[in-house]
Design a protein. Structure first.
Length: 294
């Protein structure tokens, strides 16, 4: 079967251009540039790359950005103090604390401390709760990016059977909520995880599979029905001596054997990843405009 590749990179570039145009208009009419701050703890390779890309995207969108760095041994008190300071800073419209955090810091405590009106990651329980009942809010970036891709490619989701692999708070759970809701996916949703007894059977019946289980090449051809739409959220670094950096990024889907069965499929890299950062930009623009919360 001839598949269509869902190009997240090109879609994100187009959306960032639209955001940049809007920011120009805001500034021209006397408004201020949206301002995003990022807090980075330690020197995790993946987090470094993400934050670098976020700063770059801010430039492309015409935003102001601030990067605050802490060493791995920062105390929970110091990090909380930083969060409270950012909550109070009037010029900062939204900010993120890059996860994961070192083991000695309670991530949930940090997330709870962020002012939900500035929580552009969409992780605060108030935003999560508002999303669950369909109220305006910051939607976490990866699920929002996936929704945007499905809309951009005019992929029909209403009434379709959608299987989500993974039940994390960052992707699996919010994705299930959104795909179920009438105003977004309007689909029939099944959530599977590593302990699901009928996982393969569920996948074989799915019109749309969203793989966010965190296991490289977990989804194989025998799990995908002909004509399905496959969205691959996984990004695991796999050792590869042929690459300059010594690794390659690997998705949750065995692309080479699955693609030929699909009507649409996302690549890794270049699929969901760029859309995650693009969604963060959308949320920051909304924060700057006070779109959800006055």
């Amino acid at each position: 079967m001839e598949y269509n590749l869902i190009d997240g990179k090109a879609t994100a570039t187009a959306i960032k251009k639209e955001i940049a145009e809007e920011v120009k208009k805001i500034v021209a009419s006397g408004g201020k540039k949206p301002h995003l701050a990022a807090v980075l703890v330690g020197h995790d390779g993946g987090s470094e790359t993400y934050v670098k890309n976020k700063v770059l995207s801010c430039e492309q969108c015409g935003f102001k950005s601030t990067l605050i760095r802490f060493e791995e041994n920062v105390t929970e008190e110091e990090l909380l103090a930083c969060v409270y300071k950012l909550n109070e800073e009037e010029d900062i419209d939204g900010f993120i604390v890059q996860l994961p955090l070192p083991k000695h810091i309670d991530e949930q405590k940090i997330i709870m401390a962020v002012d939900y009106k500035k929580d552009v990651d969409g992780f605060h329980p108030i935003n999560v709760g508002r999303m669950a009942i369909g109220l305006p809010c910051f939607i976490s970036a990866t699920p929002l990016g996936i929704l945007t891709l499905l809309q951009h490619y005019k992929i029909e989701t209403s009434g379709k059977k959608c299987v989500i692999l993974g039940r994390s708070n960052i992707v699996g759970k919010p994705m299930a909520q959104l795909m179920m809701q009438k105003q977004y996916g309007d689909a029939t949703v099944t959530v599977c995880h590593s302990h699901s007894a009928t996982l393969k059977e569920e996948c074989r019946e799915a019109d749309i599979i969203i793989a966010a289980i965190g296991r490289p090449e977990f989804v194989t051809a025998d799990m995908v029905k002909e004509g399905a739409v496959v969205i691959d959220v996984g990004t695991t670094r796999v050792e590869d001596a042929t690459r300059k950096q010594g690794f390659r990024l690997c998705g949750d889907v065995k692309f080479d054997e699955v693609a030929s069965r699909c009507s649409y499929i996302t690549p890794v890299p270049g699929g969901v990843g760029p859309m995650t950062i693009c969604s963060l930009m959308k949320n920051t623009l909304a924060a700057g405009k006070k779109e959800f919360y006055k």
